[in-house]
Each structure stands twice: as structure tokens, then as C-alpha cells.
Unconditional design. Sequence first.
Length: 108
Amino acid sequence: MRCEQCEGGVEELVVGGRAFVSIMYVLLALAVQTVLAPLDTKTLTSPIEAVVTRTVSSAAGVGVSVLGVVIIVANLIGAIWGASRLVMSSAREGLLPRRLARMGLVHG
């Protein structure tokens, strides 16, 4: 599917993004398997933090943990906002009761 308003390159960005994420997953799995001991308790609870702590510093490990929490919260907020917009848009298109489309309007 081609974007009419895009100047091209969208498909390449999607493929490149998927390739990048796949490579990162493989590298992280390799790092966890080679850096951490199999019976290390951090391997089961927070392996990425344990790898960063062991290879960089404990402060960097804490930073990775905080960054992980921030990313999770941002994703939850985005999902909540997206779901609310989905309900309103679906109601405006007639897929849901029209009353749901008017919920945000003050005089509507």
C-alpha cells in the first residue's frame, strides 16, 4: 500500500526499522547469554539492567531501569489516548453509537 501524500521511502523505513529491531533483539539475547551467569538472579528479573551494570557501571544500570519504566509508562499513555480516539472516530463513522462521538463536545 502506497501513501499518496508521502514522497516515498515509507516502505523502506518500515523494513529498515524491523531489521534494526530484529538485530537489536539478537544482540541483546547474545549479550545476556555471554555476559551473565545462567544461575544469576538478575538474569530472570532484569537481564538488560544486569548486562549494562556488569559491562558499563551500576549507575548506567539504574539509568537503563529508569528508562525502561519511562518507556512502559509512555506506551501505556499512548495506548489509552489511542483507544479513546478510536472510539470517538468509530462513532463519527457510524460504527458505534453516535452519542459516543459527541462526548467531547461542549455544545453538541
